[in-house]
Design a protein around this ligand. Structure first.
Ligand code: FAD
Length: 413
């Protein structure tokens, strides 16, 4: 039985695993660091899988670091290794293959897997989700001129796939059980704006529509909705994710819908940290810890957790930020849209719009931009300031002019 010991051992070879390793290396030049990853690839970032790489399989921007970068930083990679248990007393991790790895500090960066319903059958070549490089390769090979594509779920990934498929000349129907697109995260006005842009790209959106059954055949897919059956070449399922919490639960760590960590990424065991999308971490502008699925968390929270685990306590304290590219349209979100009550719309033109979130005391708590990403910089400096809704609503009034002097001076310093 092979056994190795590392000062910092990371489980999960995704973006958060990589960033945690990089943070740990920066904090400790001498620590031994390793990543155990279930996937066989070098760590990669997922956002381009539903954007550039979906349109061009040769687009390699998802591989932010090359093999030699890991070698240079002395980060050992163990791809194809699935951790199955943690012995907290012995500081040992066991893998499916029966290998054991000892650790000084452990970082869990196990991320999420796609949510799937039994009525969708078994994932196959024609009924699929989009999470991994393999999913992307399969889907990208099937999106082409004239292909009929049904997307189940009008969340960000579903809408990005829909837009990319339209760019390739496919015909696309998006089926959504809720009454709006992005219903889990966006207020109705912003969601309607996004839905309109999708429709103008030629995407057909069916709201309040549940899928009863999906059946894959040799020539295509049958998607049953109510009494109707849609025939398609492929169905793409995008109904959310399930965090990979099993290891943490089995190890007895505090877990809610994510692994509970403090702002430095420490779990309920002082020798175990957690990083990225699998964590429930303190969030600026929110009174409880949250699990957030975003590039920012995998990048920045993970980096802080890595540094902290390696002996340089580093707090992650950032306003949540997220972006989505849907065809030529760019959408960004600052703060947590689902906890805001009052949204002020700034309509610039047919395509461009921003929404500013105010609480009842007229304090800015968030922002959504649609093709108006230039507002995000000002939005960051408006967060926490009190604003007059009428001024915010006026697209002629520059947002920068509304930044209080002290915040403006700090921003330009
Ligand atoms: C298609 C797509 C597009 C996206 N686009 C955007 C975007 O535009 N903007 C944005 O902000 N965010 C986007 N995201 C979200 C963002 O990419 C994710 O939040 C991020 O990938 C999370 O990284 P992670 O490393 O925490 O988790 P993951 O990416 O899930 O990585 C976890 C890794 O751990 C491995 N693992 C799990 N369990 C074990 C185990 N027991 N042993 C060993 N290894 C294990 C998994 O196989 C996986 O490789 C997108 C996500 C997807 C899927």
């Amino acid at each position: 039985m092979q056994q190795s010991h590392f000062d910092i051992l990371i489980i999960g070879g995704g973006q958060a695993g990589r960033r945690a390793a990089e943070g740990a290396r920066e904090a400790s030049p001498s620590a031994t660091i390793a990543i155990l990853g279930e996937e066989i690839h070098l760590p990669y970032d997922r956002p381009s899988l539903s954007k550039e790489r979906l349109l061009d399989p040769d687009d390699d921007r998802c591989f932010v670091r090359q093999r030699m970068d890991f070698d240079e930083k002395r980060i050992e990679l163990f791809p194809g290794q699935c951790a199955v248990s943690i012995d907290r007393q012995a500081h040992l991790v066991r893998t499916e293959e029966g290998r054991e790895y000892g650790y000084g500090r452990l970082i869990l960066a196990t991320g999420s897997r796609v949510r799937w319903l039994p009525s969708f059958g078994v994932p196959g070549e024609r009924v699929m989700a989009l999470r991994t490089l393999e999913d992307c390769a399969n889907l990208s090979g099937r999106i082409r001129q004239g292909a009929r594509i049904v997307v189940i779920g009008a969340g960000f990934i579903g809408l990005e796939v829909a837009a990319a498929a339209r760019q390739q000349g496919a015909s696309v129907k998006v089926i959504e059980a809720g009454s709006s697109v992005l219903g889990r995260v966006f207020p109705p006005a912003a969601a309607d704006h996004v839905a309109r842009l999708q429709q103008e790209m030629g995407v057909e959106i069916l709201l309040d529509t549940s899928v009863r059954q999906v059946t894959e055949g040799p020539d295509g897919v049958a998607v049953e909705i109510g009494v109707e059956t849609l025939r398609a070449d492929i169905a793409v399922v995008g109904i959310g994710v399930i965090p990979n919490l099993e290891l943490a639960i089995k190890a007895g760590l505090d877990v809610v819908d994510g692994i509970m960590v403090d702002k430095e990424g420490r779990s309920s065991d002082p020798d175990i940290y957690a990083a990225g999308e699998v964590t429930a971490h303190p969030v600026l502008g929110c009174d409880r810890s949250r699990r957030l699925e975003s590039w920012q968390v995998a990048e920045e929270q993970a980096y802080a957790a890595g540094r902290s685990a390696a002996g340089s306590p580093t707090a992650y304290a950032a306003w949540p930020w997220f972006w989505s590219d849907q065809g030529r349209h760019n959408i960004q979100m600052l703060g947590l849209a689902d906890s805001c009550a009052n949204w002020i719309a700034r309509e610039y033109d047919h395509d461009r719009c921003s929404f500013v979130a105010l609480d009842d005391a007229h304090t800015v708590t968030g922002m959504i931009t649609i093709n108006a990403g230039g507002d995000i910089g000002a939005g960051r400096r408006l967060l926490g300031t009190t604003q007059d809704p009428a001024q915010l609503r006026d697209p002629e009034a520059s947002l920068r002019s509304l930044i209080p002097r002290r915040a403006a001076a700090q921003g330009s310093a």
